[in-house]
Design a protein around this ligand. Structure first.
Ligand code: ADP
Ligand code: ASP
Ligand code: MG
Length: 457
C-alpha cells in the first residue's frame, strides 16, 4: 500500500481537488490511503477567527468564518454538481454553524486557550477531508472518510501535540487497514488528532506531512508520497531563487536537516517514522504529476557537488548569556538549558566560550520571560531579526576546507555565529534576516552552477 498526502495548495480549489482525484485514481492498484491538508490558507484564517474572537471581536471572527463558509460551499458545489451538493450542503452547513457557535462562545469569554484554538484550527482538515471524500466518490473512487481523531492519539500539548505511537498504530491497523484491504480508499485529514480523553489536538503547523508519515509507518506502506506545488525538494527555496534545481534523490539525513532549517516543503518531524521503517518518501508536484519529483531514501548516491541544498530559517533571535561570576562553574550550562526547558523554548544553534553562551531560538513571545529568568544567572542580551543559513550535503563528511570555500563567497557579510559538525552534513551560520535573499543567491550561484546530473535535474 502507499500513503499519498496532498498539501493545502493541492487542495486550494475545485480544479486542484479534481486533479488530486485523478492522481489518486492513477495509483489505485497500489492501494492508496489519502491524507489531505486544509484548503490553502484556511488554517491561517481559522486561527485569525479564533484570535479575533479571543479579542472579543465577534463581528470580525464571524466575517472571516462567512468567507470560509462561502469558499467551501463554492468548492463543494463545483466539485459535486447540484444534485450531490444538495445532500452534502447540510453537512457543511452544520459544521459552519458549529464553528460560529464556538466563535461566539470564545468572544463571550474574551479569551482563547490553546485547547480551544486547536478545536478551531482542526476544522480546516475536517472540512477538506469531507469534501475530498465526496469528490472522490463522485468520480467513481471507493472512498471512505476516516476521522483522523479516531486514529492519531496524542498528548495534550495543544497546538503541537505529540503522538503516542502505540495507540495510534493500533488504531490505524484496526480502522484504516481493513478499508485498504477491502480495496477502498481511506481519506483522513492531516494535522489533527485527539487526546486519549477524546479532546481535539493539532500536531503543529505544517503537520499534515507528519500525519502522512505516521500513517505510512503504522501501515507499513511501501512508499509515502508528499504531493505539493513544486517539482520536489529544490536546491533552495524557489521563491528566493527562481533558478533552483530539483534534487532527484537525497538521504533521510539530508532531507531532515533541510526541513529542520527552513525548507517548509517538508515538515521536520515527517521523516522520523519513515526512517524507522526505512520507507522511501517522495515529494511530488500535483500540478505536474508526470515529473518524478524527489526521492528520499536511507542512502543517497554519491554526489560530485559538495552541497545538495541551502536552506534559510528566518525569524530567529540570538540570546547572549554572559556570566563572569559563574566562570567555569559546574552546572552552569545545565542551569541555562533548564531555563529554556522551563519556558519550552527549543534551541537551534549554540556556541560557547569560557564565560558566555550564544543560542538561537525562533522569535516568539516567550523570549522576554525567558530572558528575565536567565537574568537571574547572568547578563542577558537578545536580538531578533536574524536568520539561520544552512548548507547541507553528505559530501561534507569527507571534504576539507568547506568553511573557507563558503565564506569566501560572502566575505562582506557579517556572520554572527557558525556551527559545523553536529550532524557532519551541514554547515550552519547566523546572519541578519535582511541579508538572506542576497546571501542565498550568491551561495547558490557559487555552488550550484555546475551540477552532477545524476543527482540534480
Ligand atoms: P503544502 O501546502 O503542499 O504543504 P508548503 O507550502 O508547506 O506546501 O511547502 C511547499 C513550499 O515550500 C514551496 O511552494 C516552496 O515555496 C517552499 N520551499 C522552501 N524551500 C524549498 C525547497 N528547498 N524546495 C522546495 N520547496 C521549498
Ligand atoms: N493545515 C495545516 C497548516 O496549515 C497543516 C498542513 O497544511 O500541513 O499548518
Ligand atoms: Mg506543508
Amino acid at each position: 500500500m502507499l500513503v499519498m498526502k496532498f498539501g493545502g495548495t493541492s487542495m486550494e480549489d475545485a480544479q486542484a481537488i479534481d486533479r488530486v482525484a485523478s492522481i489518486v485514481s492513477s495509483r489505485l492498484r497500489q492501494k492508496p490511503a489519502v491524507v489531505v491538508s486544509a484548503m490553502a490558507r484556511v488554517t491561517d484564517q481559522l486561527l485569525a477567527t479564533a484570535r479575533a474572537a479571543g479579542a472579543g471581536d465577534a463581528d470580525e471572527a464571524l466575517k472571516i468564518s462567512r468567507e470560509l463558509r462561502e469558499r467551501h460551499y463554492h468548492t463543494a458545489g463545483e466539485l459535486l454538481g447540484t444534485g450531490r451538493f444538495t445532500e452534502f450542503h447540510n453537512q457543511l452547513e452544520s459544521d459552519f454553524d458549529a464553528l460560529d457557535e464556538l466563535l461566539r462562545g470564545i468572544a463571550a469569554v474574551g479569551e482563547v486557550s490553546p485547547r480551544t484554538a486547536d478545536l478551531v484550527a482542526a476544522k480546516g482538515e475536517l472540512l477538506s477531508s469531507k469534501i475530498a471524500t465526496a469528490a472522490f466518490s463522485a468520480r467513481g473512487l471507493q472512498a471512505t472518510l476516516v476521522d483522523a481523531r479516531d486514529c492519531i492519539i496524542t498528548d495534550d500539548t495543544y497546538t503541537r501535540a505529540i503522538p503516542f505511537f502505540e495507540d495510534t498504530n493500533e488504531n490505524l491497523r484496526s480502522k484504516v487497514w481493513p478499508l485498504v484491504e477491502d480495496g477502498r480508499v481511506p481519506v483522513l485529514g492531516g494535522f489533527i488528532g485527539s487526546t486519549r480523553a477524546g479532546t481535539t489536538t493539532t500536531i503543529g503547523r505544517g503537520g499534515s506531512d507528519f500525519s502522512a508519515a505516521i500513517l505510512g509507518a503504522g501501515l507499513d506502506a511501501e512508499r509515502i508520497e508528499i504531493w505539493t506545488d513544486v517539482d520536489g525538494m529544490m536546491t533552495t527555496d524557489p521563491n528566493l531563487c527562481p533558478d533552483a534545481h530539483r534534487i532527484k534523490v537525497l538521504s533521510f539525513d539530508e532531507a531532515a536537516e533541510l526541513a529542520y532549517f527552513g525548507a517548509k516543503v517538508l515538515h521536520p518531524a515527517t521523516l522520523l517514522p519513515a526512517v524507522q521503517k526505512n520507507i522511501p518518501v517522495y515529494i511530488l508536484n500535483s500540478r505536474n504529476p508526470s515529473c518524478e519529483g524527489t526521492r528520499v531514501t536511507a542512502q543517497a548516491p554519491r554526489c560530485r557537488n559538495l552541497f545538495k541544498a541551502i536552506a534559510a530559517k528566518k525569524r530567529i533571535t540570538i540570546i547572549d548569556v554572559a556570566a563572569t561570576r559563574m566562570l567555569m562553574a559546574h552546572g552552569y550550562l545545565k542551569s541555562i538549558f533548564e531555563a529554556f526547558d522551563r519556558h519550552r523554548v527549543p534551541v537551534d544553534v549554540v556556541s560557547t566560550s569560557e564565560v558566555s553562551v550564544s543560542l538561537t531560538v525562533d522569535s516568539n513571545s516567550a523570549i522576554p520571560a525567558l530572558a528575565a529568568d536567565l537574568a537571574k544567572l547572568a547578563d542577558v542580551k537578545y536580538e531578533g531579526r536574524k536568520a539561520i543559513v544552512c548548507l547541507i550535503g553528505e559530501s561534507l563528511r569527507e571534504t576539507a576546507g568547506v568553511a573557507a570555500r563558503v565564506f569566501s563567497v560572502i566575505p562582506d557579510v557579517s556572520i554572527r555565529m557558525i556551527s559545523q559538525g553536529a550532524s557532519e552534513i551541514n554547515l550552519t551560520f547566523v546572519i541578519d534576516e535582511d541579508a538572506v535573499p542576497d546571501v542565498i543567491r550568491r551561495l547558490h550561484a557559487a555552488f550550484f552552477s555546475d551540477l552532477d546530473r545524476e543527482v540534480f535535474d
